[in-house]
Every structure is written in C-alpha cells, then in structure tokens.
Design a binder for this molecule. Structure first.
Ligand code: NAP
Length: 343
C-alpha cells in the first residue's frame, strides 16, 4: 500500500474552529493496513505525530510540527445479531451523525440521544461522547486500535478503555499514542427512551416517545443552541462541566441558590455554561472569539482567529470563573501541535 505524505498542509479547512494553521507533514489514510509503514517512516524521519479525525473537537497551533495523520477508514457492518440486539462494527472515518441516522432506519436503537454530534466515529471513544443523558459507554463493546508505541493492532474491550465523563484511556495516554481504526457497538432491537433531560421531558410530557420523535427532538434542540460550523466556525462545548464534591456543592447552593447541580456518582456536576453566563459573557466578543449568544459553553470563531487569540479568550473565561466561583474550567477539545508528542 503506497502512502502519500503531503507537506506544509493547510489545516484550517480540516477542523471546525477554522483557526489558521499549517501542518509540517500530513497523511490521509484510507486503510489501517498502511499504519505500520507510516509509523516506520515517522520514526525514520524523527517526526512527532498527531491524529486528526473530523476536526470537531480539535484546536490547532499556527504551526503543527511533524506529521498529522487523518485515519479515514470506512465500513459499516452487522457482525452478529440476536432477537434482542445487534453488534455493529464501524470504521473510524465514518460520520457519527450518519451512523445514528442509519441505525434508526434499521430499527437498531440506542443512539437517538447522540444525534447531530459532529465528527467521526473514531473520535467518539476518545472523549466518550455524550448528550442528553446517554454516552458512548452505554453501547460500546470494543475499540480496535493501532498502538503506536508497540506497532501492534489491538482489540480493546470497553472495560479496558477507562471511559469516564468525557474521558478515556485514549485521552489520558496522550495524543498520537493510539490510532482508533474501528469501534464495535451493541444496539438494541427494542427502543428504550431516555428523555429525562429537561428540554426532552418538557416536550414529551404529553406526547408518545418514539425513537424517531426522540431523534427529531434532539436534532431540534441542538440546532436551536449549537451553530452549524459550516456557517459559524465552532467546536461545540468548549469546556467540560466541572465536577465538585458534595460538600462544595452544598456550600455553592447556600451562596448561589439558583446554581443548577446534577449528582454524578460521588460528585456533583455544575454546568459550565451557567458559570460563564453568570459572569455576563454570553454574546460577548473576547479577543475575536465570541461566546455564543444561545449557549455560553460554545465559543465561535467568526473572524477565523488563531491560537494566540484563543488562549487570550479562554484565559479570560477561566480566570473569571476561578475568581468568582473558585472552580477550574478545563477545555474539552484537544490541541494539535502542543507538547512533545510521540514519535
Ligand atoms: P443544557 O441543557 O444547557 O444543560 C447544561 C448542562 O447541564 C449540560 O451540559 C448537562 O450535562 C447538564 N444537565 C442538564 N440536564 C441534566 C440532567 N437531567 N442530568 C444531568 N445533567 C444535566 O445542555 P446543552 O449545552 O444544550 O447540551 C445538551 C446536551 O448535548 C448535553 O448533554 C451536552 O453534554 C451535550 N453536548 C455534548 C457535546 C459533546 O459530547 N462534545 C457537545 C455539545 C453538547 P452533560 O453535558 O453531562 O449532559
């Protein structure tokens, strides 16, 4: 399999926040079988490397040294089925939302709440994508991945992926350590609605919850709040919702009775959007980036500003939230071109 490595490649169209950025080297891969040879070349040249998928959760430095690899592996097949459920195997380069649409058409349920999450399937396990009370962990059976360090191809059961709240071992191990090539999901033949989140609960209070109606409503809710990156560059939620201890949450409740709080295991989740909104940032422009006027957790980049401006904008938000609430906001998307990287 021949490899085409391009040089000085424009990354602006390859990530949804559309920052001006260039990769020193870039390779679009259509088959996992090319990974061992790519690894050999990266090592022989002493390059660092990073993986980019659909670019909807990626931030780019102005210059990204080394190689950026985009694993565009396609494929969607049912690999096992029973009266209760099906196992499907999906290539890392498939579009996530198209997978949700396809599953619904087949009568395979479990992905309805995850409609319209942008990006590719291979990126889904990295931050354990989630929305409206459902996360990838609920349906993930295994991840097939290329381990860069050893050069081996592994099938990791979900239990070995350390999936947490917008977190996984793939994220923890650092950029480039794993190239996810496919995921295996178990979907149900029986629809079980998850409509507890307030906007869904309100809509379905006096309507039957079918899978199609739930899918439609999730799409509607997201379209109301989240701008389409094709119209206004953005990368969805910019910060993770912080988790605090129950004691801290109690203290916050006394001080800010209106603060929304959601118990999550031993901790309590505080919506980052509420914190940012309280500080009056909604709709404001910060160093060229804009806090979206319909959802304060979304930063848009209408003027296609770059990494330095983004750092100024996010520092301003992080510092303001820390000063008022003593809570440390953590960005959800990941940087390309920062840190030592792996070779
Ligand atoms: P929202 O309704 O404005 O709510 C703000 C936050 O409160 C959400 O992030 C959500 O946390 C939390 N929340 C609300 N109701 C909850 C409940 N009943 N139980 C537990 N937590 C609750 O949220 P939004 O910004 O419009 O987003 C809607 C959904 O899409 C959320 O689930 C959000 O996470 C998801 N989303 C995910 C991504 C991503 O995966 N990168 C990007 C954009 C939006 P959770 O985030 O934990 O659900």
């Amino acid at each position: 399999m021949s490899l085409t490595i391009e040089h000085q490649v424009d990354l602006q169209p390859l990530h949804t926040l559309a920052m001006p950025a260039q990769a020193e080297h870039y390779c679009l891969l259509s088959s996992p079988s090319a990974l061992p040879e790519l690894r050999r070349q990266v090592r022989a040249n002493g390059w660092r490397h990073a993986v980019l998928a659909g670019g909807s959760n990626s931030l780019c430095e102005a210059y990204v040294p080394g190689l950026v690899v985009q694993p565009a592996f396609l494929g969607l097949e049912v690999i096992a089925e029973s009266a209760e459920s099906v196992l499907i195997r999906v290539g890392a380069g498939e579009n996530w939302h198209q997978l949700v649409v396809w599953s619904l058409k087949q009568g395979f349920y479990g992905l309805e709440n995850l409609a319209l999450i942008p990006g590719w399937v291979g990126a889904a396990p990295i931050q354990n994508i989630g929305a409206y009370g459902v996360e990838l962990a609920d349906v993930l059976v295994s991840v097939t991945a290329f381990a860069w360090e050893s050069g081996s191809r592994l099938e990791l059961p979900a239990s070995a992926c350390a999936l947490g709240y917008r977190d996984s071992r793939f994220k923890q191990d650092g950029p480039g350590q794993w190239v996810i090539t496919a995921v295996t999901l178990r979907l149900s033949r029986h629809f079980v609605p998850h409509s507890d989140y307030a906007p869904l609960a309100a809509w379905f209070a006096d309507r039957p919850v079918t899978a199609e109606a739930l899918f439609e409503r999730v799409c509607f809710e997201r379209q109301q709040k989240l701008p389409d990156p094709k119209d206004i560059p953005n990368c969805g939620s910019f910060f993770k919702n912080p988790m605090v201890s129950r004691e801290q949450a109690e203290a916050f409740k006394c001080r800010w009775p209106a603060m929304p709080q959601f118990p999550a295991g031993a901790e309590v989740k505080i919506p980052a959007a509420w914190l940012i909104d309280q500080l009056g940032f909604k709709g404001q422009s910060l160093s060229g980036f804009r806090v979206h006027d319909k959802q304060a957790l979304v930063l848009t980049n209408p003027d296609r500003c770059g990494a330095a401006a983004l750092r100024q904008a996010t520092d301003q938000l992080i510092n303001a939230v820390a000063a008022r609430f003593d809570i440390a906001l953590e960005p959800e998307p990941q940087w390309l071109g920062q840190g030592p990287g792996s070779r």
